[in-house]
Design a protein around this ligand. Structure first.
Ligand SMILES: Cc1cc2nc3c(=O)[nH]c(=O)nc-3n(C[C@H](O)[C@H](O)[C@H](O)COP(=O)(O)OP(=O)(O)OC[C@H]3O[C@@H](n4cnc5c(N)ncnc54)[C@H](O)[C@@H]3O)c2cc1C
Length: 448
């Protein structure tokens, strides 16, 4: 059985869309370690239902830009937004070449859907399992590459950080990571470059659509090592997850269900909000309505849509609701808001470079300001891929100037996994509270 070596050219932490796409961008002479804390397909990317945005024609540029900025309350980094939108046709072309299948019409032209706060149809999709389609194809391609070594159930515990003496403007550099292997042994692994693709922080919340093992570890480590983070309190609450009292990950009822005309009803059967307003507005309206009626949920109705159409368009959602005892084609379903997406992250530039040399952050873990205060639906898979590619381009330019460190580190302090996880959680939660007590009280006070 293959074991983890002491050093690699590149370490990528996380096997979601961002990590996988980054790995595939490297030439095949790079020796790459990929680790994930769980099974390889257990990433939030795999769960994405709605789709992935694309600039479908140059005419749509202004409108797409404006929709993204408006959703982000104009706090977005305009450069990041411009780069993401302009790169989108190229990224989608690459996905198609990697074997990803999106819905097409009878003439074979790509079909587009629409979600909340988009002024037009510009989202590519694969039934209601777009993330599964994208990540499965990327995993297949990764398995064809002998230079990419994937280790499941392997957890990043720390970064090997040194003071920088290279004359760089960044004061620190990353020389590798400390990790816990599947057999629970703790190892230090060195690399020339490290890419963080560890996703968001939903696992820290009692109600979240995210996998429970995705717990903002890179954010905690950045706080621990004094590496700059950005917008830690910009956390998106998804308005519509299926209400259940069984615990575990909350099941998302995609925005595209509202995009296709589903309406929200209070316990008296009355509509109370425009369902296509931005997510934070809709989530707050639902929370207020729940408080008004002292109810843990409100209802979502798709009764206007024929059953066959629901089963064709939303087969996964339909099935899951049936498992919970609700027939989406016949009755409104109970829904409640839950933590869903993290707009903030380890601060990066538009090439995913963090404030630490040799350390990059891509996907939901990184924050280049593309989403501003609030993410526009279906922009996140796209931005994960766009900036993963840019990170690799920069790494390729700088790779030859970097040497593997010879320094050894003491692994004694990493043995108590539970204490470490608690400490990291506290670091993140305290920082959210410090930055935005209102948000903390409203949405985090039921944290695990
Ligand atoms: C239910 C749901 C539906 C969504 N729908 C859409 C959609 O329709 N369109 C869209 O654009 N976006 C959607 N999103 C958001 C989108 O899926 C994610 O933002 C995006 O895929 C993030 O990708 P990522 O690669 O950054 O992280 P993820 O896909 O979350 O992957 C994170 C990886 O990091 C690993 N990891 C974490 N911590 C550690 C650690 N300490 N050590 C080792 N490994 C670690 C995890 O195991 C995982 O492999 C949705 C999200 C959810 C939860």
């Amino acid at each position: 059985m293959e074991t983890i070596k002491e050093q690699y050219d590149i370490i990528i932490v996380g096997t979601g869309a961002a990590g996988l796409f980054a790995a595939l961008q490297f030439p095949q002479d790079k020796d790459i370690l990929m680790i994930t804390r769980d099974a390889v397909e257990n990433s939030d990317s795999y769960l994405a239902q709605g789709g992935i945005c694309m600039l479908k024609s140059p005419d749509d540029y202004e409108s797409y830009y404006e929709d993204t900025m408006r959703a982000g309350r104009y706090e977005n980094n305009p450069d990041s937004v411009r780069i993401m939108i302009k790169s989108s046709p190229g990224i989608i072309k690459e996905l198609l070449e990697l074997g990803v299948d999106f819905e097409r019409d009878e003439q074979g032209e790509l079909l587009f859907t629409r979600e909340g706060a988009h002024s037009t149809f510009r989202i590519l999709y694969h039934q209601d399992v777009t993330g599964k389609e994208i990540t499965s194809r990327l995993i297949e391609r990764i398995r064809e590459r002998s230079n990419i070594h994937v280790f499941e159930y392997t957890t990043m515990l720390d970064w090997m950080i040194e003071e920088n003496d290279s004359g760089s403007k960044r004061k620190k550099r990353c020389e590798g990571i400390v990790l816990r292997c599947q057999d629970q042994t703790v190892k230090a692994v060195k690399s020339r470059m490290t890419i963080l693709a560890t996703g968001g922080l939903g696992g820290l919340f009692a109600h979240s659509t995210n996998f429970r093992h995705i717990t903002g570890d890179s954010i905690a480590l950045a706080l621990e090592h004094g590496i700059e983070i950005q917008d830690i309190n910009y956390i998106q609450i998804h308005p519509t997850t299926l209400y259940s009292n069984k615990g575990g990950r909350s099941f998302l009822i995609s925005e595209s269900v509202r995009g296709e005309g589903a309406i929200l009803l209070n316990p008296k059967g009355k509509r109370f909000v425009d369902e296509l307003l931005p997510r934070d507005v809709v989530a707050t309206a639902i929370r207020e309505e729940m408080e008004k009626f002292n109810s843990p949920y409100v209802y979502l109705s798709l009764k206007h849509m024929p059953k066959e159409e629901i089963m064709h368009r939303f087969p996964n959602i339909y099935e899951r609701c049936l498992e919970e005892g609700y027939d989406l084609s016949r009755e409104p379903i109970p829904i409640t808001p839950a933590q869903h997406y993290f707009m903030g992250g380890v601060k990066t530039d538009t090439e995913a470079q963090t404030g630490c040399d040799r350390l990059y952050a891509v996907g939901e873990t990184g924050c280049n300001g593309v989403h501003g205060a609030n993410r526009l639906a279906s922009n996140s898979l796209l931005e994960s891929l766009v900036f993963a590619k840019r990170a690799v381009q920069k790494i390729e330019r700088e790779f030859d100037q970097v040497k593997i460190s010879e320094k050894e580190i003491d692994l004694g302090s990493y043995q108590d996994a539970e204490a470490l996880q608690k400490k990291y959680k506290r670091l993140v939660m305290d920082e959210i509270k410090r930055k935005d007590e209102d948000f903390y009280v409203k949405w985090c006070n039921n944290e695990n």
